[in-house]
Design a protein around this ligand. Sequence first.
Ligand code: NAD
Length: 499
Amino acid sequence: MTTLAPFTARSYDFSDHARARNWIGGRWCDPVAPAAPILDVPNPRWGRAMAQVALSGAADVARAIESAREAARGWRMTPLRDRAQVLYRTRELLLRHMDELAWLISHENGKLHPEAVAEVEKAIECLEYGCSLPHLAAGQSLEVSRGVTCEVVYEPLGVVAGVVPFNFPLMVPMWMLPQALAGGNTFILKPSERVPLTTMRLAAILAEAGLPPGVFSLVQGGREVVEALCDAPEISALGFVGSTAVARAVYARAAGSGKRALCLGGAKNHLLLVPDADPEVTIENIVASFTGCAGQRCMAASVLVAVGDVDHLIKRIAERAAAMRLGTDMGPVQSASATERLSRAIGDAERAGARVVVDGRVAGPTAGGYWVGPTILDRVDPSSPAGCEELFGPVLSIVRVPNLEAAIGVENRNRYGNAAAVYTTSGDVAQRVVTAASAGMCGVNVGVPVPREPFGFGGWNESCFGTGDLTGWDGFRFWTRPRKVTRKWALQRDATWMS
Ligand code: NAD
């Protein structure tokens, strides 16, 4: 059975969808264990189950590995140019099905439809990097001595795996797939059990684009699947994106079983606001940074470090945030537990002495949905939970400091290192911040400084376990290994390989 019912909704109105299934060996299948636990997949806008997902286990991972191993030889022997052709066709299909995919993402994740369209567009941009690999991965060759050449070629690792979070159901898988597949690997993906549906559509699209059965597999589930992927000796590399606690544990477990691992974790991104910032550029940008996707982006603003007197800017940021209409300007958070966690965090911050300037603990536009409005907390202690822990919601904590060096100190002391940004009209101030920030991705007047392709995506410190970035050229290097070949065809007696 290879067909998949399309998602038909074209508005926010509640819509049911078929249950989530695994994709193994080019077929849809259910978990091997007949009594696999079943979870609801709620539409966060309505707080109602739109589908169900049965959680797979180690036996399903074993089936996916078997199928991926069978497919590995044929895919590896397919020239890179031909592998890239599948990615080109996938790109065309993603463009053709953009609206369906965006509505599906919006329904299962909760983000607004325009935010979901942006996600599909960014996924396509990542895919385009994979399409360009035949040009980028030509390898190198040099005559290292008379009649002797050395050459480097990038070989696949074999069967590899990816584990992804709930907040970007299509884009984060696309941080891994293009490089891994173009590199000649077969790939097993474990989506978040909270958003298992979009990647099913991706599996169907990859098959329609001509990807042979077994080259891409989907195993739905949670921790048990992840641990089986970490432990399986047949899997050579594992990419992970999620929270820091899980990233750290997955990195240790995968590396402990001898795998290559790169695990991106959580974040607490700091925006430094100085008095000379341009209000027109700054206000809208900061609000968009902490409220976009209801704050559920690993690059979202979380702490606003107010340098000196910036009250004229903060006042307007607060007015803009308070005027946002829930459901239209900002979507719901993804789960009932997120609503509870965020409400509790706001209350705790208030009790710890912060001033709640904009309060998001309000009822949402749809009964039963998971709503938290934009929230601004002022005079937050940077060592309190609201000042140093990832809240992952539309909450901005303002920390007051007297000068730029103190602001850099606050940023540097946070344990994460995904993003940091500064709002200023001074090149000198900007340069000081981007050279001193302890973050892998820095912005100047850009509140969500996600590098566009071909620049790699990846943080520092406890936002990343492993070496290098997950996208761009680092991604290709992560999913391949270089083979060095030395050739001598000048067979004269007087020419040694060192001559
Ligand atoms: P999560 O860590 O709860 O889950 C991520 C994945 O790990 C999911 O597939 C989940 O099924 C699995 N998982 C959960 N608990 C596990 C466990 N104990 N053992 C093994 N696997 C487990 O993250 P989430 O809530 O889905 O996503 C939000 C988090 O992801 C935030 O912390 C956010 O900052 C982070 N994130 C980081 C980046 C980045 O690039 N650094 C990008 C997107 C999201």
